[in-house]
Design a protein around this ligand. Structure first.
Ligand code: HEM
Length: 419
């Protein structure tokens, strides 16, 4: 039994396909996808525990690009800085060096200083609902809350002024649009052009900090040094422009749609369980555990690539060197073997919720997990304070953007009663 993760019907609702795969073939070759698809918690963990065998050097985040597209694509890429491999798409020891460089800017203590700014963003967005509430009694939660919160929070962390926010959001959307979906050549070219624009903007910002250093992540990246790849060389070197820009791009892309998806799914899940909303209002200390269960249940980063570095074996299946492998976080997080027979349900009081791997596991564990958890906690604290109760509008269709990798609800319309 195998399924094609890029099939439109699978992308629309992957859960039944994954459940069957977990039962019958948790490591399966999908000829249509040209990849092994891994669905059980056990086998996903086994991949993550062997990062040198299951390499992260998968290059482009999308599907392999058809040979005929290469020339046009390379021409657009040549207009910008090279797309250096950093962080997500590197293996140790290079990965360890990049990771060390940025890790200290994203610890829980480091992101705590963004909390007042995030609270202000959240409050302003809720205040902004007044007009649509007065005219329709409704709020489209993705557009009016979930999408702007992380974009503005990351822009705040990167010190981007408010006036550039629209451009920033556009780059984020276009850059992320190429990830794990069946994108057209046109879409891919648009995405690469957006990356070039993003690069030009941040190159200028980085240059500005050479003469006017600030206490921000950009200045930190600019002044940081990294060990040379060559173990014989003991000198450290600054990052080159291509590496700096790629790290910034990764932070932008990785943080926005994922956190927006988490916020949207949380609202949908809580809309389906109104008692839970009332309980959160009485017991706000439950907010973190509700967030963890939503991460488990909705897993915004549904899946990601690996590439077999050597001939290997997984769950009795031979995997030849060079094979592409898709590890499915959203399926591992619904695995009955770990989470019990009610794994498909949203139940914040469940045992073992902390065994979810929605932020990954091992050396590539999500750099932004503390930031994302803080944003979501602050959002829920303010929402439960300001929204007395709400219902989901009848016309919600429960649709997600067509991707197996990034699970973002397209629309979550709510009808709130404000406190
Ligand atoms: C709910 C929100 C988020 C989810 C579900 C999520 C999920 C993940 C997952 C599953 C990985 C591991 C990928 C792999 O195994 O290859 C990852 C890595 C990463 N995430 Fe997140 N993420 C979220 C938010 C963020 C935010 C806000 C940032 C911004 C700082 C961020 C930055 C990164 C980076 C840079 C990596 C690569 C880390 C590395 O390779 O060492 N993420 N994320």
């Amino acid at each position: 039994m195998s399924f094609n993760p890029f099939d439109a019907e699978v992308m629309a609702c992957p859960y039944p396909h994954m459940a069957q795969a977990r039962r019958e073939a948790p490591v399966a070759w999908s000829a249509e996808a040209g990849a092994f698809v891994v669905t059980s918690h056990h086998h996903v963990m086994e991949v993550l525990r062997r990062p040198l065998v299951f390499s992260s050097r998968f290059g482009r985040a999308g599907r392999p690009v058809p040979a005929g597209w290469r020339e046009q694509l390379d021409a657009v890429i040549a207009e910008g800085y090279p797309r250096s491999e950093v962080l997500l798409t590197t293996d140790p020891p290079a990965h360890t060096r990049y990771r060390r460089l940025v890790a200290r800017s994203f610890t829980p203590a480091a992101v705590a200083r963004f909390e007042p700014a995030v609270r202000a963003i959240v409050t302003e967005l809720i205040d902004g609902w007044a007009e649509s509430l007065a005219s329709t009694g409704r709020v489209e939660f993705m557009a009016q809350f979930a999408n702007p919160v992380p974009v503005r929070a990351v822009a705040n962390a990167l010190n981007v002024p408010d006036r550039d926010m629209k451009k920033f959001k556009e780059w984020s959307d276009l850059t992320a649009s190429a990830i794990g979906t069946d994108i057209s050549l046109d879409g891919l070219l648009r995405s690469e052009r957006a990356i070039n624009e993003f690069q030009r903007y941040f190159e200028a910002e980085l240059d500005r900090r050479r003469t006017e250093p600030q206490d921000d992540l950009l200045t930190h990246i600019l002044t940081a040094t990294i060990e040379e790849d060559d173990p014989e060389v003991t000198d450290r070197r600054p990052l080159d422009m291509a590496e700096m820009l790629r790290i910034l791009q990764m932070i932008l892309v990785a943080g926005n749609e994922t956190t927006a998806a988490l916020l949207g799914d949380l609202m949908r899940l809580l809309g389906e369980q109104p008692d839970e909303w009332a309980r959160l209002q009485r017991e706000p200390e439950r907010i973190p555990v509700v967030i963890e269960e939503a991460l488990r249940h909705a897993s915004p980063n549904g899946a990601i690539w690996r590439v077999a570095a050597t001939d290997t074996e997984l769950g009795g299946v031979a995997i030849p060197a060079g094979s592409r492998v898709i590890i499915t976080y959203m399926s591992a997080n619904r695995d009955e073997a770990v989470f019990g027979p009610d794994a498909e349900e949203f139940r914040p009081d469940r045992e073992h919720v902390n065994e979810h791997i929605a932020f990954g596991f091992g050396n590539h564990y999500c750099l932004g997990a503390p930031l994302s958890r803080m944003e979501t906690r602050v959002a829920l604290e303010e929402l439960t304070r300001r929204v007395q109760s709400f219902r989901l509008s009848d016309d919600n269709d429960g649709a997600y953007a067509p991707s197996y990798f990034l699970r973002v609800p397209t629309r979550v319309t709510i009808e709130p009663v404000m406190a």
